[in-house]
Design a protein around this ligand. Structure first.
Ligand SMILES: Cc1cc2nc3c(=O)[nH]c(=O)nc-3n(C[C@H](O)[C@H](O)[C@H](O)COP(=O)(O)OP(=O)(O)OC[C@H]3O[C@@H](n4cnc5c(N)ncnc54)[C@H](O)[C@@H]3O)c2cc1C
Length: 493
């Protein structure tokens, strides 16, 4: 276990200073009374992928213990110290959340970064350390002919954090990642170690899935894997009102194994058309090639992607490439190669701007009305929308903070935002308006991004939020596990 000094794993000091300089330090939740504020200059400023939530933490430790039997003690020691010194604590991994969900003001942040893994081929599961990144999971599974059942679209994130946001991906037909987790081991606030599954400590299992680290620190998990296969894409252009039900039907047809959609974001025909891409297995006697990373096409696409801001011409060019060029170039790929894409492929080097994600979940038949709502709200917001990816998620009967109370189409929206108070205020207004419209359509929104939702919106999207708060308090009466999401909830609930 090593102390990290002045080294933000994700954001360097320059990026943090940049965000503070434009006044966004005011975004931080105020220190709550029961924890002494960290003196100015003490501790360490950490940020996350949103680059808008610099948080001063008292202690930042890297948990890189790579033996299943030893990680518990390392975590316990840090929690015991936090308890003695009256500090909050939170686990973090790649910190690709965007609103301080992996940071604890004035607290201890434990960055989990591990690799330990064991495959059980007879059970089609693997046991994996909490902080293992998907890139190393894919590498280990690929070598044995397997593939993660569900993960996000990028490979930079860790496994336990994926469970704690209950992420979804584009393998179908699956619910969120938590639906593929059989069990996990976790250290609670009092230092005790629990094993949780749907039959053992089931209440903690359901609270922790999508529970943003507020119940404890996960050590390792037992997760489903599936055979790696060779896949071939097919492409179909549809109107947004046709897309939802066609996509849900394709995802559930038994032959499609991966699927996603896109919306045309060109200003002159904003969200008028969708593209559905579905992947089916291809039989072949050849052995599967090893998983590759992003290839030439991804890198070329990145150049066009980054040239979009302010240019309708480039947005139209991108749509033409996606709908007309990609189908001609696309060949076979493996499941693992498709999922082995780093988020950095699309990243922007501009220190004055940041990419901000939003995500909304709507019933299949509501996708048309959802795009109508976006057409009303987004163009007036002064925000630049670069991309909308569409996914399919089955319902989530397990987690207390479930975002999919039925099968849902997920719309992942990526904006480029100026790092300024004015842009932040515009973004908050736009987010509030979009959330209201989505809630009226029977949908919900995703919690790992900016924390702009008002409490009543959060309660409508997550009807069991009050129960979550009550049960978290029963499990962790001193509120040891605390992050910006909890600070926002607890001020009002
Ligand atoms: C470019 C990009 C693409 C994305 N694509 C997708 C996508 O396709 N699908 C999707 O669903 N989401 C997607 N996301 C959201 C992403 O899944 C979340 O932000 C996720 O949290 C990222 O993982 P991380 O390792 O960075 O987690 P972090 O941000 O480090 O942590 C997330 C949460 O997990 C908790 N946590 C971390 N480790 C532990 C542990 N060991 N025990 C207990 N709690 C823990 C933290 O406290 C925090 O609340 C994307 C985000 C970005 C930036």
């Amino acid at each position: 276990l090593s102390k990290i000094t002045r080294r933000a794993l994700l954001a360097g000091a320059g990026a943090i200073a940049g965000a503070t300089a434009v006044g966004l330090a005011g975004e931080q939740p105020a220190a709550l009374p029961e924890y002494p504020p960290v003196p100015q200059g003490a501790g360490e400023l950490l940020n996350d992928a949103g680059e808008l939530s610099p948080v001063r933490v008292e202690k930042h430790v890297l948990v890189n213990v790579d033996r299943f039997d030893a990680a518990a003690e390392a975590v316990r020691q840090e929690l015991a110290e936090a308890r003695r010194e009256g500090r909050p604590a939170i686990a973090s991994a790649a910190r690709h959340s965007m609103g301080g969900q992996s940071l604890s003001q004035g607290g201890t942040v434990l960055t989990m970064d591990q690799r330990a893994m064991e495959l059980d081929q007879s059970a089609s599961t693997y046991r994996v350390a909490a902080g293992a990144r998907w890139s190393s999971v894919i590498a280990a599974l690929d070598a044995q002919g397997f593939s993660p059942a569900v993960m996000q679209s990028n490979n930079d994130f860790a496994v336990a954090s994926t469970f704690c946001v209950n992420a979804h991906g584009w393998p179908v037909p699956y619910g969120p990642f938590g639906s593929t987790v059989r069990s996990f081991r976790m250290i609670l606030a009092d230092g005790s170690l629990v094993t949780c599954s749907r039959s053992e400590n089931a209440d903690i299992f359901r609270l922790t899935m999508g529970g943003y680290g507020l119940t404890g620190i996960i050590l390792d998990l037992e997760v489903d894997m599936v055979p790696n296969v060779r896949l071939e894409p097919s492409y179909q252009r549809l109107s947004p009102s046709e897309f939802g039900t066609a996509f849900a039907a394709a995802a559930e047809d038994g032959e499609v194994l991966m699927a996603y959609g896109r919306l045309d974001v060109a200003t002159s025909r904003f969200l008028d058309e969708t593209l559905m891409i579905t992947y089916r297995a291809v039989a072949s006697d050849d052995p599967l090639p090893a998983a590759t990373g992003s290839g030439f096409v991804s890198h070329a696409a990145r150049q066009v992607y980054r040239a979009q801001p302010g240019s309708d011409r480039v947005k139209r060019l991108r749509w033409w490439m996606e709908t007309s060029v990609s189908p001609r170039l696309a060949g076979h790929s493996t499941r693992n190669s498709l999922m082995n894409e780093p988020a950095a492929t699309l990243s922007d080097g501009d220190p004055t701007r940041t990419d901000i994600l939003h995500e909304y979940f709507v019933p299949a038949e509501a996708l048309g009305p959802f795009t109508d709502a976006c057409r009303d709200v987004v163009p007036r917001s002064f925000q630049e929308l670069l991309n909308v990816t569409l996914r399919y998620v089955r319902d989530d009967p397990d987690s207390v903070l479930a975002y999919a109370s039925g099968p849902r189409i997920a719309a992942v929206m990526s904006f480029t935002q100026e790092k300024s108070e004015r842009a932040e205020a515009d973004m908050a207004r736009m987010t509030g308006a979009l959330i209201d419209r989505v809630l009226d359509l029977g949908g919900s929104y995703y919690l790992p991004y900016r924390l702009h939702a008002e409490l009543p919106q959060m309660q409508r999207a997550y009807p069991r939020l009050d129960e979550f708060v009550e049960r978290k308090r029963a499990l962790d009466p001193d509120e040891r596990f605390r992050n910006a999401l909890w600070d926002r909830i607890r001020r009002t609930v």
